[in-house]
Each structure stands twice: as structure tokens, then as C-alpha cells.
Design a protein around this ligand. Structure first.
Ligand code: SAM
Length: 296
């Protein structure tokens, strides 16, 4: 990995403290501000992201720039979106050695990210999202980005370990739920590493993990109506103690139409006594397609 000579890494406890003190910056818990201070973890994140100089990166929440500077060294261009205005002058200072970064001020959940990609990273065929996400909005950020079908290669993000476990969970495990199926519909998922709380300033109250999502070119199962597919997921996992059959009857057919629910399960090759948490993504897809057919 290329290291720019003459510059100290931001991601050390000493340099992080120096920068915070220099600007009299007070970290905001409400914005999920836990800064990374371990250069080895950052190198591992960069390696997992498979970035090269002909690729671009999007970062959500650059903070004081610890990960951003590593991204600037690894990628051709970096776009970093930061909500906290107080960090803008700090980033201008810490990232001054790099001319391939664009910091955008705003709330990632409100900005038009596809348009920003077009404006700032338009010339790049390969773009990945690499970030240490603000934990209070991990799921809306990830699901928003996946559902928007942004033209990304990989998403490599530090998140709460508990959420990473749910995203990567396999059928039948306790962590398997609608988030697992939804994420796996769009991407191949892999936990790249588990990260201890001690490498952040301040230490978060939860364990963390880096998850790598490799965006699929097409979903693992073809569904006729995506919206219905996601409604079937929500219904199947909504009341976990009920059988799938009862959840389907309640959500899609009505009590007097149990027969229709049974037929759709049978046609999809699924035993009606099974619970939602045992179904594979392919089975959910087949089931949604049968419900679509039978309900017209
Ligand atoms: N990347 C830095 C690092 O690794 O040290 C900081 C990561 S910190 C966990 C999360 C960052 O996300 C903070 O800088 C915070 O201000 C920013 N942030 C929080 N909510 C945001 C939002 N809605 N949109 C964009 N940035 C946000």
C-alpha cells in the first residue's frame, strides 16, 4: 500500500488527541462520533475494499479524516459526506495533503447520493462505499443504499457486531431475520473482522465488526414483484412464534382464504408448518411469486 511520505497518520491515539485539542472539538455521542485510532484496522479495511487508483470511494462520516486519508492514498478519488459542520475546517486541515478528496456537507439520509456520485465520481466505473458508520443509523443507511441500487462494487463498513451478525446470518440461526434476507438479496455478505471497542475514541458500548458486502449483478432469485417480496419477508418474520401459514393468512389472504395460502406454499414447495426463520432466500422468492400469481 502506498504511504505518502512525510505525513503522520491521523489514526493514532496521540495525533487524534492533538487534533481534537487543537480545535477544541467536543465529540457528539448523538452523532455516533467514535473515532478510529488504530492504523492496522484501517489498513485491513482498505485491503478488504479492494480499492486501486482507477477506482473511487464514498465515505459516510469522515470525522477528522482517519479513514479518509487512507482512502485518498488507495483510491483515485474520494467523496466523503459529513453532517457535522464543525468538522469541515478540521478536515480541510487534516486532508490538505490530498487533492483527490471532495468533502460534502450534509445528512446522508437526506442528500441525493446518486446525483452526488454522478457529480463527483462520474468518471469512475468502479465505486465502493467504505466507512466507519454512525451506529445510530446503520440500518437505514445500509438498506437505503442497497434499495437505491447505487452502482457500487463493494460496501465495506464498520458497524455494531450485533447488526453485522444479523446481516450475514444463515437460515435457521437465531440472528436470521428480514435484514439478513434483504441484505443478501442485494449482496454477498461476509464478516471481514471483529473489532474491539478499545480502538475507538471514545470507546463505544458495543462490540464492532467490519462487514463486506459484494453487490450482486442480479438477485439470487428472480421475483416478479419486489415490493411484495419484501412484504412477505416482513410478514414471515413479523410474528416469529406463529407458523408461516398463519402469518400468510393474516397478511395476504384473510381467515376464510386459508386454502389459497396453503396452495401458494405447496406450489412453492414449502411445508406449511415451517417457520419463516427457516426459509432460504430462494424459498422466499418462490413463495412471493406464488402469492403474486394466486392473488393476481
Ligand atoms: N470516519 C471517522 C473514523 O473512522 O474515525 C469517524 C467515524 S464516526 C463512527 C461517524 C461519523 O459520521 C461522525 O463523523 C459523524 O459526525 C458522522 N455522521 C453522523 N450522522 C451522519 C449523517 N446522518 N450523515 C453524514 N455523516 C454523519
Amino acid at each position: 500500500m502506498s504511504i505518502t511520505p512525510g505525513y503522520k497518520d491521523i489514526a493514532t491515539p496521540t495525533r487524534t488527541r492533538e487534533i481534537i485539542e487543537k480545535y477544541g472539538f467536543s465529540l457528539k455521542k448523538s452523532l455516533g462520533q467514535n473515532f478510529l485510532t488504530d492504523i492496522n484496522i484501517l489498513h485491513n479495511i482498505i485491503e478488504a475494499s479492494e480499492l486501486t487508483k482507477d477506482k473511487a470511494a464514498i465515505e459516510i462520516g469522515p470525522g477528522i479524516g482517519a479513514l479518509t486519508e487512507q482512502l485518498c492514498r488507495a483510491a483515485g478519488k474520494v467523496m466523503a459526506i459529513e453532517i457535522d459542520q464543525r468538522l469541515l475546517p478540521i478536515l480541510e486541515d487534516t486532508l490538505s495533503p490530498y487533492d483527490n478528496v471532495k468533502v460534502v456537507h450534509g445528512d446522508v439520509l437526506k442528500l441525493n447520493v446518486p446525483q452526488l456520485i454522478q457529480e463527483n465520481l462520474g468518471g469512475y466505473e468502479h465505486v465502493s462505499l467504505v466507512a466507519n458508520l454512525p451506529y445510530y443509523i446503520t440500518t437505514p443507511i445500509l438498506m437505503g443504499i442497497l434499495e437505491a441500487r447505487l452502482p457500487l462494487d463493494h460496501i465495506v463498513v464498520m458497524i455494531q457486531k450485533e447488526v453485522a451478525d444479523r446481516i450475514a446470518a444463515k437460515p435457521g440461526s437465531k440472528d436470521y431475520g428480514s435484514l439478513s434476507v434483504a441484505a443478501q438479496f442485494y449482496a454477498e455478505t461476509e464478516i471481514a473482522m471483529i473489532v474491539p471497542a478499545t480502538v475507538f475514541v471514545p470507546k463505544p458500548n458495543v462490540d464492532s465488526a467490519v462487514i463486506k458486502l459484494t453487490i450482486r449483478k442480479k438477485p439470487p432469485v428472480e421475483v416478479a414483484d419486489e415490493d411484495l417480496f419484501f412484504r412477505v419477508l416482513r410478514a414471515a418474520f413479523g410474528q416469529r412464534r406463529k407458523t408461516l401459514l398463519n402469518n400468510l393468512v393474516t397478511n395476504f389472504f384473510g381467515k376464510d382464504q386459508k386454502e389459497k395460502a396453503l396452495i401458494s406454499l405447496e406450489k412453492a414447495g414449502i411445508d406449511p408448518s415451517r417457520r419463516g426463520e427457516t426459509l432460504t432466500i430462494e424459498e422466499f422468492g418462490r413463495l412471493a411469486n406464488e402469492i403474486n400469481c394466486i392473488n393476481g
